[in-house]
Design a protein around this ligand. Structure first.
Ligand code: ZN
Length: 184
């Protein structure tokens, strides 16, 4: 059988109309149940014999404000500034002085920096950071103060902090910078 051309046009139009809202819904669902939620991030602290390792897993948007490849000079500058800020780990965390902790190294990993391609999910990119602090008395480390919310005021909203020492482990949710007590 042969469809009248008007019917075909109508069907095409309906399909075109229905595909846009569907796509938007899919995007919304992906945002909600997807691999990361903008504003949220996870911070993991592990106190060992040499010091403390801190890992941040975050959507890149929290740190640089975008997740697409940096192509304009402005984006590239924003990215470079953010990387510099992250590498200054001593400005992002404070420790009780008895522990004698100093920053040893920082590694920033992101598809935006071109040093990984595993963190990219559709239109989303993560930025993960590993800070290694060496402490003269790691066993005396009892308090870690975060300064991430202040450093990236437009980015972080919820920070899930998980910490572990040789004596105990726990987790805490932060909505603003705070001091985490590493005690049972
Ligand atoms: Zn994203």
């Amino acid at each position: 059988m042969k469809f009248p051309s008007t019917l075909i046009s109508t069907l095409s139009l309906l399909l075109a109309l229905s595909s846009s809202p569907l796509h938007a819904d899919e995007h919304a669902i992906h945002e909600e149940h997807g691999v990361h939620e903008h504003g949220a991030a996870t911070l993991s602290l592990a106190v060992g014999e040499a010091g403390v390792d801190i890992m941040l897993e975050s959507p890149a948007a929290n740190i640089v404000g975008f997740e697409h490849a940096a192509t304009t000079d402005e984006d590239k500058q924003t990215l470079a500034d953010a990387q510099k800020k992250l590498e200054a780990g001593a400005d992002l965390f404070a420790f009780n002085t008895e522990a004698g902790c100093t920053l040893n190294s920082t590694e920033v990993v992101s598809a935006l920096l071109g040093n990984t391609n595993t963190e990219k999910h559709d239109d989303h990119s993560d930025m993960d950071v590993a800070w290694a602090f060496t402490c003269t008395a790691p066993a005396a480390l009892t308090e870690v103060t975060t300064k991430l919310f202040a450093a990236f005021p437009d980015g972080f909203e919820h920070l899930k902090v998980e910490w572990v020492t040789d004596k105990s482990a726990s987790a805490v949710a932060l909505e603003k910078d705070d001091t985490i007590k590493l005690t049972p």
